[in-house]
Design a binder for this molecule. Sequence first.
Ligand code: WT7
Length: 646
Amino acid sequence: MSAETVIPVPAEWAARAKVDTARYAEMYRQSLGAPDAFWLEHGRRIDWIKPFTKVSNWSFDEADFGIKWFEDGVLNVSANCLDRHLESRGDDIAIIWEPDDPKAEPRRISYRELHAEVCRFANVLKAAGAKKGDRITIYLPMIPEAAFAMLACTRIGAIHSVVFGGFSPDSIAGRVQDCDSNIIITADEGLRGGRKVALKANVDVAVESCPSVKKVVVVRHTGGEVAMTAGRDFWYHEAAAGVSADCPPEPMGAEDPLFILYTSGSTGKPKGVLHTTGGYLVWASLTHELLFDYRRGEIYWCAADVGWVTGHSYIVYGPLANGATTLMYEGVPNWPTPSRIWEVVDRHQVNILYTAPTVLRSLMREGDGPVTSTSRKSLRLLGTVGEPINPEAWLWYHRVPGEGRCPIIDTWWQTETGAAMIAPFPGATDLKPGSATKPFFGVALEIVDADGKVLEGATEGNLVVTRSWPGQMRTVWGDHARFFQTYFSTYKGKYFTGDGCRRDADGYFWITGRVDDVINVSGHRMGTAEVESALVAHAKVAEAAVVGFPHDIKGQGIYAYVTLNAGEEPSDDLRSELVKWVRTEIGPIATPDTIQFSPGLPKTRSGKIMRRILRKIAEGDTSNLGDTTTLADPSVVDSLVANRAR
Ligand code: WT7
């Protein structure tokens, strides 16, 4: 091992590990050496209505491009998450719900109750006209009904598209239109950190431009006043009162679509990432069990939102497929006090906690007091996801909340990968703060340079995956050519992650962040192009260029350079107006941290904006801006530097 901090696997972890060091090495070798034999065995961890006989069938080459896993198998995801647990653990708690308001009552839903809830929800959807293959948009707060709705879609073979509750009406509409969704499931209002979110009102605005939508199902949550359009909108609780709790699961092909989840890329509108049924469930459940060392009866809490892929795979599908108790939290980690996250841990005796570096950094800032005032004795494993974790935050997580006894499981993955790809096995992998460590079974990684040359040994470059894995996305909804173009055309025959990565002498992977025009704000992925197009949609804006810059808490912040139309004057009022504009166009997660008005942008003679320069200025690193001689007007740079905001 190299000279940096290494935290060896504790002896008691190694002793009772599901996968110890030797076993990890052996299984990893098998998973790449004889992948079909490996996945034949592990594909059977879930229940198949008709077992698969073909394991994998894929090619990353343009001529015969395609990805299939377990293709002749037939199964149902909700049956795997519910029905198959009824006999062995029907009375175990499936979902613990912790409300936003710490004084309100939590809910505890057993597998038996969850089964009934999902069947009822599925029957409500059927009565509303939902059929196999329909796209159903879910725009709900973090309430158990979000899980009911997702599972209900899978029960009847409808494809869900969950839209994060923080997105604007425009963002909802774009996603609904892209997949021609016919039903939207929403709630009257959401509740986060004591503040109400007008979900139904947002849907009402969105639907005005979505002719495909025939029904809007409204879950009553806060009891707030909402408008109901007759013939289109109906209350879930009223419809549910009239349907049965019996709904047979629809038999689905392994490659039938399971869900669409929109995510930002470096160009254009968000892409509809499509995951299919069999491979995704195998991948989500296997990674959940092994990386979190999940054991029956334990309380597991993934503090993400179901609006993101983390919530799909690690609040809903992975844990429920494994018969786990999954905690769902409505609120925010630091409200009403910075102790809240640990108070929830104590209240529900959480054993496994999975959160994001940005949350840790914001809690760290409050000092150790809000943590040490709580017990946390129940905790035995801590996970992190969403962005690179800086070693300081890692060490704090390990030392203070984890009291040195909990392994830190840093999981690198993406919406596209379905579930975790690089992460330590708690009983097998020595930890290095800041490194996601080693690949999961079946994950074949390479680091390449800009020209695609494979770099060996200790090195740094771009991260690619050279073999398919069961949880891989199958296409971009409605645009298979874009799928190939985005991920497989940069490096021939390889999946390009968009991430930079260093590999050290011990073969540990260190993700360095995106190398494309995607930024990661508080673990939320944002395309700079999306923020730019929101800005230029404003009547006073002629041109905009957006870059990320390092931010202490958020990981990256959003820095926008804006050129106004002739005759418009820069002002603080206009700056606030533009910030507000972007929030309404996309949603609060896209809020620019900084807007710099600039009369011009640094462009090459062919008109391409040189983002490298803009990034440097945003970072405050103006001493060496590199070669600017290829610019059409090099003097633009001096004025940008002189007028740097912040
Ligand atoms: C991007 C994917 C993974 C689910 C949530 C985000 C970054 C994610 C890590 C990590 C370093 C990470 C990457 C990746 N990322 N996890 N553990 N260490 N970077 O999913 O919204 O699809 O974003 O998040 O840059 O490409 P996503």
